[in-house]
Design a protein around this ligand. Sequence first.
Ligand SMILES: NC(=O)c1ccc[n+]([C@@H]2O[C@H](COP(=O)([O-])OP(=O)(O)OC[C@H]3O[C@@H](n4cnc5c(N)ncnc54)[C@H](O)[C@@H]3O)[C@@H](O)[C@H]2O)c1
Length: 447
Amino acid sequence: MAVTHNRRSFLKASTIAGAAITLPALSYSRVYGANSRLGIASIGTGGKGWSDLNGVAASPHVQVVALCDIDSSEKHLGQAAQKYQEARQYDDWRKLLDKSKEIEGVLVSTPDFMHAPIALPAMQLGKHVFCQKPLTHSVHEARQMTLAARKFNVVTQMCNQIQSHSAYRTAVHMVHTEMIGKVKEVHSWQSGKPSWPRHLNRPSGNDPVPQSVRWDLWQGVAEDRPYKIGMYHPFNWRGWQAYGTGQLGDFGCHILDPVFKSLKLGSPTNLTAEAPKLFPESWTDQATVRYEFPGTEYTAGSTLKVTWYDGVGTRPPREKLGDVPADYALPAAGSVLVGEKGSLVIPHVAMPKLFPEDKFPADKSPVIEGVDHYTQWADACRGAAETTSHFDYAGPLTETVLLGTIGIRFPGQELKWDAKSLAITNNATAQTYITKPYRKGWEPAWV
Ligand SMILES: NC(=O)c1ccc[n+]([C@@H]2O[C@H](COP(=O)([O-])OP(=O)(O)OC[C@H]3O[C@@H](n4cnc5c(N)ncnc54)[C@H](O)[C@@H]3O)[C@@H](O)[C@H]2O)c1
């Protein structure tokens, strides 16, 4: 496979994950007749993948043609194979892509570290992609996903599905109609208690790999390590730096989404985090990240401060929340946009609330209808809609979220960010986290 290198030398490009695949002509499109259906493949059919698959397959214009999961048990491949009996079954996504002629769109619902390695070659094959959040595991991968979607002209959607709910759409509308005036600052938080392992060293020893699990395929681009029950697959991979992105990575693409969407934010110019010292291989559940962005048409100043807080029971300081009354019970997760004419609380996931209350009577609040995030993508693949979390939007959002996870590694140190050159310009060690090493033989198919 011919791969062009357009990044710096430290972002060593390779072709192996793509090399298993024989690339036919790139992006193609077809005209859909009344009875023709979009052929889709689902990679990662358990966990969130199960609802992604059913969400997209709810469209009458979709046909599920292939399923792939490294775990053949009931909760993973089993239930999907039972429901979509005509679909071919795989345990290795490389084989699925190799036999992909009738596949037009691919759902990528694997753990975070395998999103880009699967989605990049899929896009290079001209497949439309619906990918879970965060879009990727590294900032460099996020940039690559944005570039690939553009270059191969495919329809994309990241699954921060709350973006399409009435709640977040209404919040965006309230900002765009300047109900609270121009926005002066933003506070976003997640106070929930993660159920995944954190503040841990890697467990010693190994457990027998269940018969249903292809552990080597699960590890994919990551370095080989022994299987341990309950530590990684399923779900608990989130707590490990090699596979997941911690609490900010898990929730940032949801909770910061209406902030980005409404204020039309681009890339931050700098950020500073506060966090306890990280264990070498696991994430923390307690961090504050202070970002600064260039101002936009919806901000009061030429710059905007956005602060992210996570930690069990945490909330932003009340005195910073403008018109939000001190006795108002803030939601467990969400954002407050402090404007020149009022404050907007955007709970994660519930209808937004404007303050002061006497200025914004609840019965006069606008309500914007929700849309279906899943079938919107399927419709867009058929040329009948447009996606709103396409990679031109989701890529930069994910870059920002993942920059925060780099900041957490360097508490108290300001990191200056030059988005154009993908560079942390004042900290060479932090810059090394923009990308990461890949297991030999599994290097992604860079654009
Ligand atoms: N949008 C949301 O609200 C939301 C909610 C939960 C999870 N997620 C995201 O969905 C993704 C999956 O999370 P999860 O909680 O479902 O994880 P999980 O580990 O519970 O499930 C992942 C599924 O993918 C399969 N899988 C793993 N590696 C694979 C590979 N290389 N090829 C094929 N199949 C593979 C697993 O066997 C499992 O069935 C993550 O990126 C997560 O951040 C999003």
